[in-house]
Design a protein around this ligand. Structure first.
Ligand code: ADP
Length: 542
């Protein structure tokens, strides 16, 4: 027997429609790419998103067609986002920090028909445009006054383009399993892979993000996603904030510590989300200028492990942290480290121990850890295994890639190595390709990095496994010092000594001027391995 409830497909544009109807005057504030602060609200965003839909429809963009955005977090990007999805076209967010050849590869693989972009990225696109045969036109997120001369095909200023329609248009309806958006993984190994979200998966993911123990924001709060819309839907915030009526503050092109601080302060932001490198810049700026943020209540941090010292710095400022783990293939939320009973009562180091885990999954994400043969491992907080996940917002295949990516129980292998404790708190110990295999035992590069970065002179730390004749691999610690600070190999090792097992201690420390990062802000270990290809440990001859 079937239930007698309404057929109400979970479509993304229902979210912005709800925001416009119920939270219509709630503000969306942007530091515009042109410079000034721009203010709008959810009702106007919905009205203009409908114009985007109508205008795309007039250009012959149909259900399933791909429309790319290569753009910062701004109100226009959000309008375009809902406008594209509102006619069943697919909003393909492209990460502008990728190499131009990768951008071209991705646009060609997706066969994008239209590219919407910011002024910032016109030069990059002009260089690759002749390699993009599927793109019929470029729409620049600006107005006539700021529109530059460009060689981009059929280029038009967004404001002129939407002014050609009246907005008298209805969202289209279709099956909730229709593709809504796509995002390619950065492809640090091999070609990028296209993750294809559905309307249903995005809506369900928004509900997961709305859980108080997830992003933790409500209608009375203000959220500033530093994490870009092109980084897995800005961790779902582009859907979850409008669905709750949370005020949004977009940082546009300026993500440095001073600019982010200014917006957090002037807009009285209560919640913000971003990768650790962004928070490092913010904390440095605040410390150097003795600043505080009395309105800020929660910093969501993910994408890479959040160092313990960073958690402590925010707590010292009176700001709660929520360490999160996820990935593009998971829409992206996997776990969040909220403090549930009995841990909420913990104090000091014991509290930090829990806050530093990657947390537990919201309803809608199932996890397991297995050995290499696929056998389930215990949730004892000690046993490491391959972390596998399933859920309605987890990928089951990649776009146009004929490969089975699920195990026989339907779980996706995240490529991460983790422990899970009896309460469901998960701790990532490594990427499976980065874990250091020393004499048959595993050493967590992340644990070593987190510890080293706690040394007051260290700006950033990376650990890679380097060949060792006796142990197969041993950890090499690579350090970038804070500007104007100094520390020796011995200082760093002494700082770490006693805080980890003896056999985990790095065999050597190398100092570099800069640690390379991927397009999503993670340490680029492949580049470091390359850089230290010829390195051999002083003790390797023994
Ligand atoms: P990419 O940057 O390659 O496009 P994602 O942004 O999807 O891919 O990155 C997902 C990966 O990032 C995870 O599988 C994990 O290795 C790493 N990651 C994300 N959050 C955390 C975290 N809080 N701690 C440690 N690693 C993390």
């Amino acid at each position: 027997m079937l239930g007698l409830m309404q057929d109400w497909p979970l479509l993304c544009h229902r979210i912005i429609e709800h925001a416009a109807e119920v939270h219509g005057t709630q503000e969306v504030v942007t530091r515009s790419v042109e410079g000034p602060i721009h203010r709008t609200n959810y009702r106007q965003i919905r009205d203009r998103a409908l114009k985007v839909s109508q205008r795309l429809d007039r250009d012959g963009i149909k259900l399933g067609d791909r429309v790319a955005t290569i753009a910062w977090n701004t109100w226009r990007h959000l309008e375009a986002w809902y406008g594209i999805m509102g006619i069943g076209a697919i909003c393909h967010t492209v990460n502008p920090r990728l190499f131009p050849e990768q951008i071209a590869w991705i646009i060609n693989h997706a066969e994008d028909r239209v590219v919407m972009t910011d002024l910032t990225f016109i030069p990059i696109l002009e260089k690759i445009a002749d390699k993009l045969p599927t793109v019929e036109r470029y729409i620049v997120f600006t107005d006539k006054a700021h529109m530059p001369q460009t060689t981009l095909k059929n280029a038009v200023a967004y404001e002129d383009w939407i002014a050609e329609v009246d907005g008298n248009f209805k969202w289209k309806t279709f099956d909730e399993n229709t593709a809504a958006a796509m995002c390619y993984t950065s492809g640090t190994t091999g070609d990028p892979k296209g993750v294809l979200y559905s309307h249903r998966s995005n809506v369900l993911h928004a509900l997961m993000a709305n859980n108080g123990d997830s992003l933790g924001a409500n209608a009375a709060d203000t959220m500033l996603p530093v994490v870009p819309l092109f980084h897995a839907n800005s961790w779902g915030i582009a859907f979850s904030a409008p669905s709750m009526g949370t005020k949004l503050v977009f940082p546009g092109a300026k993500l440095d510590g001073a600019s982010v601080y200014e917006l957090l302060d002037t807009e009285k932001v209560t919640h913000t989300a971003g990768v650790p490198t962004v928070w490092l810049m913010l904390l440095n700026h605040m410390a150097a200028n003795k600043l505080t943020l009395p309105h800020l209540r929660m910093v969501v941090c993910g994408g890479s492990a959040m160092p313990r010292s960073m958690i402590q710095s925010f707590l010292d400022l009176g700001v709660a942290v929520r360490h999160a783990w996820g990935m593009t293939e998971m829409s992206p939320i996997g776990t969040l480290a909220a403090l549930k009973p009995p841990f909420a009562e913990l104090k000091g180091e014991a509290r930090l121990d829990i806050l530093q885990t990657q947390g537990y999954p919201p309803f809608g994400v199932q996890m397991k850890i297995t050995d290499d043969a696929g056998k389930d491992l215990p949730w004892d907080g000690k046993t490491f295994g391959r972390l596998k996940v399933s859920g309605p917002a987890v990928s089951k295949a990649y776009f146009r890639l004929d490969a089975e990516i699920l195990d026989e129980d339907g779980y996706f292998d995240t490529g991460d190595v983790a422990t899970i404790d009896a309460h469901g708190y998960m701790r990532i110990t490594d990427r499976s390709k980065d874990v250091i295999k020393s004499g048959g035992e595993w050493i967590s590069s992340i644990d070593l990095e987190n510890l080293a970065v706690g040394h007051p002179a260290v700006a950033e730390a990376a650990v890679i496994g380097v060949y060792h004749p006796k142990w197969d691999e041993r950890p090499l610690l690579i350090i970038q010092l804070k500007q104007g600070q100094s520390a020796t190999r011995e200082d760093i090792l002494k700082f770490m000594d006693g805080k980890i097992a003896k056999w985990w201690m790095p065999d050597d420390v190398a100092f570099v001027d800069g640690i390379p990062h991927t397009a999503t802000g993670k340490i680029l270990k492949t580049a470091l391995r390359d850089q230290f290809k010829a390195y051999s440990f002083p003790n390797a001859a023994a």
